[in-house]
Design a binder for this molecule. Structure first.
Ligand code: ADP
Ligand code: ZN
Length: 757
């Protein structure tokens, strides 16, 4: 399989390389030096994948340096072969991986893993190659020959006829041709010898999906025009733009124009969208404009599709990549623009896998490496990005109005404390929301209800002493699901629901408390027995394609009320939606996270944006038990500047990001005592090391903790944390974290370093 080097031809005058430094995909930051056999000397370069001996086995590694200094008296072992014909990792991607390794504190091997998705890593380039057959003589001549040999050699004639009538621009695979002509490869070889056709080994490109219709670009609105012109004035230079505009204000059209310009100049583009927004609707718009030059990277691709897409991008065949977080590492050559849509989205941070990178921040880094503009788009920008606008690092471009007219919805806030006082059953669907839904159904329009909590009831608790029935492995309550099960939403632990449960303190019977989407669904069915109601949450979208099925049923008008979790908060664009309800605006407000207020503001604003997307007026009803909280009032009034300013002031006072960087050190282990001891030891070590630092480094970092992590028990692991507040991440990691981690063995625990959590 790995015979890549045999198709490679050394380009004239390419420098030769006699020794290479290689990294393997290990957690340790180790490099290994090898010598290069003469046959490969002109081919290997930094970024080439090679197979090399490591100990007693053979491993795939990446060349990171050519001709490293030769050490006297060292016998170098030779690399065995190259895996691909060309360097799989381009110089820019190598630079990006090096940055990731340093900044996000992981090995270079782990960072390079991001640049090569698993299916690409596991196979060589030849896995996407196939033998392709082409005519070697003019079609007319071939067809005449077909007539001539028809009776004497019918199979051979049929094969040639198929080949001669095949559309010219599509390659035909040897295996497919042989199967269709019901003959063998020997026939093909004979015809090849006779000079009728040629057989060559070529890369297979992803099949372009059927069904996209080319669509021209609309004339831009003045605001769009201004945005496009400003960005294009900076083409070929690194510059970051924050494109602020509500959903429907025409941001995507701005991206499309700038990408179109990049394509015309022979450059590519990367577009990141949250996984949730990677709907057929989004993809369709890019396909309709750019056709098969668009590669879409989403989680439901098969391994082979992913492999084809990757090589298609690497070879410059597909030049635009649309995908979720990891698409930032797609090997797009010479990108002319990088877009991060919904840049405030949390899913851009890879939270529970190494490297723990933030794709938005890396997009900016990649733009710098390639020298191209970066567009961050959002209706509710992150405070980090707004802060960068205010200190003139980023340029703000605003799209203040919706393109399709479509007035912004009117928003009404319902005080749930009052509803509960009147009647507890109103705590789910308040009177104003009920009224609005009734009218909406009467007008045959559609409604979207949002509740960021799946299951039936989130808590099983003691009514008197507030004891909560927890997951045995995690510090969270088990949720009751309609399947008569208790399920942990952190680790998935499931147990049958077997009431009665008793409080271990007071022996009272535990009761189910609160509501999740399942309970709301049932409640809606009793309130509106004739309405067609659908629920979209993780439980109803397990199967491949179910997400799309629900959305297209909704789009086709087969559903009246769509109820869902954050899956429905964005990307949806349905003109018939005139009522949007936010059932519990407060859920995220008290999360132990300094961004809780910001997230709540973003979420409510985003959900509200689902209403009134056409000429029909929309109404948004926000239910909250804390209606005067600034996050909620800001979302309702739309006054984001004031909100951002106040919130940033609060962050500045506490020296939270963006006024510092946080580095979380999570100490995790099965044994709680060991975890606490290790956390204390780590803080002591950090203290010792910090005392000995030079005043400049010393002054830029502060050590806080140890304290139990925000989720002190998860998957059966106890977790404590030490937090560093730093104004210089790399210096803090190099001079403080590394020495402190090396100073001790911290037995029985794992220590995770999470930068910019
Ligand atoms: P956003 O990305 O901000 O949500 P879109 O770019 O998707 O906004 O635009 C919203 C709708 O308006 C889309 O249906 C789009 O096709 C349409 N649209 C965008 N720009 C224009 C324009 N200049 N003229 C007409 N229609 C437009
Ligand atoms: Zn659990």
């Amino acid at each position: 399989m790995c015979a890549g080097s045999q198709h490679a031809t050394p380009s004239a005058g390419s420098p030769t390389c006699t020794r290479v430094r290689v990294v393997f995909e290990t957690r340790l930051n180790h490099t290994y030096d090898y010598c290069v056999p003469p046959a490969l000397a002109a081919l290997v370069r930094p970024g080439t994948r090679v197979v090399a001996p490591l100990g007693k086995s053979e491993r795939v590694g990446y060349v990171v340096e050519c001709d490293p200094p030769k050490l006297p008296g060292v016998q170098y072992r030779p690399i065995l072969r190259m895996l691909d014909t060309d360097a799989a990792i381009t110089p820019e991607m190598m630079a990006l991986a090096q940055f990731v390794a340093r900044y996000y504190y992981c090995s270079l091997g782990a960072a390079l893993r991001c640049c090569m998705p698993a299916p690409v890593r596991k196979r060589s380039e030849t896995a996407v190659m196939a033998h392709v057959v082409k005519l070697a003589r003019p079609r007319e001549e071939v067809l005449a020959h077909v007539q001539a040999i028809r009776s004497r050699a019918p199979r051979m004639a049929e094969l040639l006829r198929l080949l001669a009538t095949h559309p010219h621009d599509e390659p035909i695979r040897l295996s497919a041709l042989v199967a269709r002509a019901q003959t063998s490869v020997a026939t093909v070889r004979t015809l090849e010898r006779q000079g009728w056709l040629t057989v060559s080994l070529e890369k297979q490109r992803p099949r372009s999906e059927e069904g996209w219709i080319p669509v021209g670009a609309p004339a831009l609105t003045p605001a769009q025009q201004h945005a496009v012109q400003t960005i294009l004035a900076a083409r070929d230079t690194f510059r970051v733009f924050l494109l602020q505009g509500v959903t429907g204000s025409g941001k995507t059209e701005v991206y499309l124009r700038v990408i179109g310009d990049a394509l015309q100049r022979g450059r590519g583009a990367i577009v990141l969208v949250p996984e949730i927004a990677l709907t057929p609707q989004t993809v369709e718009r890019f396909r309709a404009r750019f056709g098969e030059r668009v590669a879409v990277l989403h989680s439901s691709l098969t391994d082979h599709e992913r492999l084809q897409q990757w090589w298609s991008i690497r070879d410059g065949h597909a030049r635009i990549v649309v995908g979720a977080r990891s698409a930032l590492f797609a090997p797009v050559q010479r990108p002319g623009v990088i877009v991060v849509d919904e840049e405030h989205e949390r899913t851009y941070k890879q939270a529970d896998e190494v490297p723990r990178y933030h794709a938005r921040d890396l997009a900016v880094m990649r733009g710098r490496l390639h020298g191209c503009p970066v567009i961050l788009g959002s209706a509710t920008p992150s405070l980090e990005s707004l802060y960068n606008v205010w200190r003139k690092k980023y340029q703000l471009l605003e799209l203040p109005e919706r393109v399709a007219g479509g007035t912004l919805p009117s928003i009404r806030l319902v005080d749930m404390r009052e509803e509960v006082r009147v009647a507890p059953q109103l705590a789910i669907i308040s009177r104003p929301l009920r009224e609005a839904l009734k009218e909406c159904l009467g007008r045959r329009e559609q409604a979207v209800l949002f509740l960021n909590r799946r299951g039936y009831c989130p808590v099983l608790a003691c009514p008197t002493c507030y004891y909560v029935h927890h997951c045995p492995q995690c510090a969270v309550s088990l949720s009751y699901h309609a399947s008569q099960q208790l399920i942990c939403h952190v680790c998935g632990h499931t147990e049958p629901y077997a009431p009665p449960y008793h409080c271990p303190e007071c022996r009272r019977t535990l009761a189910l408390v609160g509501f999740g989407t399942q309970r709301v669904e049932k409640h809606l069915a009793t309130l509106f027995p004739h309405a067609r109601i659908a629920r979209m949450d993780r439980d109803t979208t397990q199967r491949r394609g179910s997400h799309e099925r629900i959305l297209s049923a909704f789009g086709a008008g087969h559903i009246d009320i769509l109820l869902g979790t954050q899956m429905i908060a964005k990307g949806l664009d349905f003109p018939n939606v005139t009522v949007v309800g936010v059932l519990n605006a407060d859920i995220a407000l008290h999360a132990p996270d300094f961004r809780a207020t910001e997230y709540t503001w973003q979420l409510i604003t985003q959900v509200a944006g689902r209403a009134g997307r056409s000429d029909k007026p929309g109404i948004v009803i926000v239910q909250s038990a804390e209606p005067s909280h600034p996050a909620i009032t800001a979302a309702i009034s739309g006054r984001w500047r004031e909100f951002a300013r106040t919130e940033l002031e609060a962050r500045r006072t506490l020296a939270y990001p963006p006024f510092s960087h946080l580095i979380n050190l999570i100490i995790k282990g099965r044994d709680e005592h060991r975890v606490i001891t290790a956390a204390q030891e780590l803080v002591l070590e950090l203290g010792y090391v910090r005392e000995r630092l030079s005043p400049t480094v010393h002054g830029c970092v502060q050590v806080l903790g140890p304290a139990p992590a925000s989720l002190p028990l998860a998957h059966g692991f106890h977790r404590w944390q030490v937090t560093l507040k730093s104004s210089a991440v790399c210096a803090s990691l190099d001079h403080l974290v590394t020495p402190a981690l090396r100073a001790k063995s911290y037995r029985g625990v794992e220590i995770i370093v999470d930068v910019d959590p």
